[in-house]
Design a protein around this ligand. Structure first.
Ligand code: SF4
Ligand code: MG
Length: 283
């Protein structure tokens, strides 16, 4: 069984010292090792942005795709090889601006993929512009008088799009993040995981200290029930989207693959598909 160190390749990450993305990489490696995977069993697909480099640093199958398109590639991989554990990863700009359409439809499609957004609430790679996750009034070189737009709420978006696994973590909490990614990998369906991953170079507002002061763990909410979608949505809204932990999980719905003829043999039913014996055998 591979150790977490065996999921690390020899390439030195060129993230800035202190960037939150280092922890996300470490958590992916640990979660992969904890779930008993070997590097060959795993594929990490990423989009464009500082966080998109992550696929190049993990010893597994990988592809650094194009901007906002990690999810179509990840879904194609999963369709082509159902034995692969597929993780897609990218930033808030990648998944919640140019890639939003793919994000929403991948969520409702519910393929067995884990999607991690490294949410630093800014565009880091292009040296600090306002992102869809930046707060109203956020000042950067692209909005010198402050952003006139409201920040997009990723978890509420995921919940209302029909997500079956919605979680959030923070780069300072490697243990929680590892557990969440592990749960996400084990979940039979699409796992949406947003990680507060501070950009120490360009975002001087949403810093490690700022997140520590503002996040609330679901474990500290009395009688929190992660199978209750209405509760998940209402607690998220009450806490301005700053909840961490597994916020919602629907264990009753199975993944897309289970409903696609020819993709999973045991899901096939000759009668339901109205196929002749000959047609069925050709699937
Ligand atoms: Fe990380 Fe920001 Fe540096 Fe990019 S610019 S590597 S997001 S700290
Ligand atoms: Mg970003």
């Amino acid at each position: 069984m591979a150790t977490f160190k065996e999921f690390r390749n020899k390439i030195k990450p060129n993230w800035c010292p202190g960037c939150g993305d280092f922890s996300v990489q470490a958590a992916i490696q640990r979660a992969a090792a904890n779930t008993g995977l070997e590097p060959d069993d795993l594929a990490v697909v990423s989009g464009i942005g500082c966080s998109g480099r992550i696929s190049g640093y993990i010893n597994a199958n990988g592809l650094h795709g194009i901007h906002g398109r990690s999810l179509p590639i990840a879904q194609g991989l999963k369709m082509a090889n159902r034995e692969l554990t597929v993780i897609a990863a990218g930033g808030d700009g990648d998944g919640l601006a140019i890639g939003t359409g793919h994000t929403v439809h991948a969520i409702r499609r519910n393929m067995n993929i884990t999607y991690i957004i490294m949410d630093n609430q800014i565009y880091g790679l292009t040296k600090g512009q306002t992102s869809p996750r930046s707060a109203f009034g956020f000042k950067t070189k692209s909005t010198p008088e402050g952003s006139k737009e409201a920040a997009l709420p990723p978890l509420e978006l995921a919940l209302s799009s029909g997500a079956t696994f919605v979680a959030q973590s923070f780069s300072s909490n490697l243990k929680e993040m590892t557990n969440i990614i592990e749960e996400g990998i084990k979940h039979d369906g699409f796992s949406f995981i947003n990680v507060f991953s501070p950009c120490v170079t360009f975002n001087k507002i949403n810093t490690y200290d700022w997140f520590k002061e503002n996040i609330v763990s679901v474990e500290d909410i009395e009688n929190y029930d992660s199978s209750d979608r209405i509760m998940a949505m209402s607690k998220l809204m009450e806490n301005n989207g700053m909840l961490t932990g597994v916020i919602y999980q629907d264990k009753t719905r199975t993944s897309y693959e289970n409903h696609v003829p020819g993709f999973k043999e045991e899901a096939l039913n000759k009668q339901e598909l109205k196929l002749s014996e000959e047609e069925f055998n050709e699937l």
